[in-house]
Structure formats: C-alpha cells, structure tokens
Design a protein around this ligand. Sequence first.
Ligand code: CNA
Length: 367
Amino acid sequence: MEKHNDEQKKDNNPDEEKPGPSSENTETEEDTEDSGMEKVRKYLLQKLKINASDSESDSTTGVLKELTIDGIVDYIKQIPKCKIITMVGAGISTSAGIPDFRSPSSGLYHNLEKYNLPYPQAVFELDFFKENPEPFFTLAKQLLPEGFKPTPSHYFIRLLWEKGLLFRHYTQNIDTLERVAGLPTEKLVEAHGTFHTGHCLKCRAPYTLEWMKEKVLENIVPKCEECEEGVVKPDIVFFGEMLPDRFLYLADKDFIHADFLIIMGSSLLVQPFASLVDRVHPSCPRLLINKEKVGMQDRISRFLGLRQGLIFDAKTSHSGRDVAWLGDCDTGCQLLADKLGWGEELKELVKREHARLDAENLSAKDS
Ligand code: CNA
C-alpha cells in the first residue's frame, strides 16, 4: 500500500535541492514568487522554533482507497483488530433531548438570555459560579441525566467495544450517557468530567448524582451537609479548572497507537480536547460525522505546512486521509454499521436497551 506522498514531500521538504544555475533562465515569475514564499515559510518555522517533524513534510498518507465512507469501511475491514478511538461532543446526545451548546436556536448558549449573564460562557466559569451558582443549577436541570436514553450513536460506540475495536472513547459530554449505554469505565475518558459525582467546593466532601439530582430538581442550590457552608458542585470541568488526570495521562499514551479516529457531534472549539485530532499518527485516517465541517486546518498552519487540523479538501486518497460525512450522527452511525455488516445488530441493541431502560424508569416511578 502506498504510504508516502511524494508530491507533498516535495512541496514541503525544507531540505529540497534548489534549482541549479542552468534552471535560472527558465524560472518564471510564479516560480520566483513561490521560492519567496518558501523562504518566508522557512524563516517563520525557524523563528517559531517549529521542528520539521511537526510539519506535514514527513506525513505518510494514502492509506484509504478512497476518501469516502466506503474507503473507510474497506480500511477497517482489512485491519485485524483495528484500534479505533472515538472523540465526541454534545451532538451525539441531542437526539436524546439534551441540547448542545452552539447549535443555532436550540443550543444552550442561544437560550441563556433569561439568566442575565454577563456573557454566555460565564455560566460555566468557576469564579462566576462561586459568586452566583443559581444560573448554573437552573441550567443543570436541562442537562441532568434524568430519564434520558442513550442514542444510536452511543450504542454504535458500544458495538465497537463489543466487536473488540474500541481502543478508547473520549467524550466532552457530562451527561453520563456513555455509562448508561454500558461502556466499561476503562474504555471511557470523560474529558470534561461528569455529573456522576460532586464535591463541596469548601471541604471537598463527596456527593452522589442521586443526592444532587434531588436538590436540583427542587430548584435548591445544593449546600454541603458536612461543613454547612460550601456549595456542592458536580465534578464537571468548568472554564478555569484543570482537566482530569485520567484525560491528561491517557491522551498522551493512546492517540499515537490508534489505527482510526472517529470524531462525532462536536464543534471542536474547546481546547485542549479539539487538538487531540492532531495526536494520532500522520497516516491514521480520521472520519468526522457531524452536521457541519469543523476542526479544519487554519490558513497559517496550511502556509507553514503544519500538521494541524482536519483537511477535507484533498482531491485523492493519495494526498489525504480525512473524510467528512455531514448529517445527523445517528444516521451516520447507522450507515457505518450497515456497511460494516452490523446494521441489524445496532438496531436490535438500541431497541433492547431502550426497552430495558423504559422498564427500569417505570419501576423507579412506581416505587
Ligand atoms: P457544541 O459546541 O455545542 O457543538 C456541537 C456540534 O455538534 C455542532 O458542530 C453541531 O452542529 C453538531 N451537532 C449537533 N447535533 C447534532 C446531530 N444530531 N448530529 C450531528 N451533529 C450534531 O458542543 P461540543 O461538545 O463541541 O462543546 C464542548 C462542550 C459542550 C463541552 O464542554 C460539554 O461539556 C458541553 N456540553 C455537553 C452536553 C452533554 O453532556 N450532552 C450538552 C451541552 C454542552
């Protein structure tokens, strides 16, 4: 299989031989402009102390037969025990009834006006929360995992695990739906924390989701019963807080070993999560399943030839490895499952698990 992209190498290789004197006469205006730009590019790489190995010059692409879902399905099928990492955001939970942040009109940020915030993000900022926790808890009612059922996208990820293909699942979501869908905790990295547990901000006393739910659903700001002073905050990561150690440790270890990366339902706007797409090997194909294209390489990275961001405009599989499938996550996952020969299995799994959760919810209400 062709792994090297010689054309790209030639374009980006800073050590490339310069044309000799004999070629000088034939140099066109365009060539002069190109070599001028190349000089600027090299100068900037040097100034910014960017290592050649961070640039695209050593990239090895061309592992997909075609830059389509079919190309991806072929690729997964041909690698025994393909190690797949999934990276997701709020978009995989919207069909469960949980709004995302940024979708126009339905996203949470769009609907925050009533909370009189200085700016929408303040609701998830630690300093603001310490002063004024009420807007967060009012909003938390919409996000709390109360009666929400995982979506076909969640069960697709579970199916990847059951097939022995899921290397790790990285989620920005705090709704715990991966746990409800039955993903084992060792496969799960909750990058932005979770509602599953909470702690008092003053004395760090731990609290369960059930305890927190009771308060939030009754519109009470949860106060610590130990120190009787601190507010109890769910263990979700606010702006201004460190990400969980598990995320930092595993992200460093996992990504370079992945054979394939799937990104779903995220705007890829929150760092450092978004830049995980760059941690896989340069030859690792990446599939985005989302309503819109996101996480694309910016113009400066492109100019400098840096391997940063997704590149969907490659014309051939020889020069690219990224595929964008635009649409609803659940539909995209079902399509992928169909093409992998697991379509009926996925439908059955969703049906069975939803029936089980409905029965559980019913008996919880009765008791
Ligand atoms: P976001 O910034 O709101 O982006 C969501 C992305 O998903 C957008 O690109 C949408 O176009 C896309 N999208 C929405 N619905 C679908 C769908 N059905 N099919 C395909 N694509 C869809 O959310 P991110 O996750 O990127 O932002 C990170 C924040 C959001 C994290 O810190 C989360 O904690 C936070 N968040 C989590 C939840 C949750 O846990 N369910 C809900 C809302 C926000």
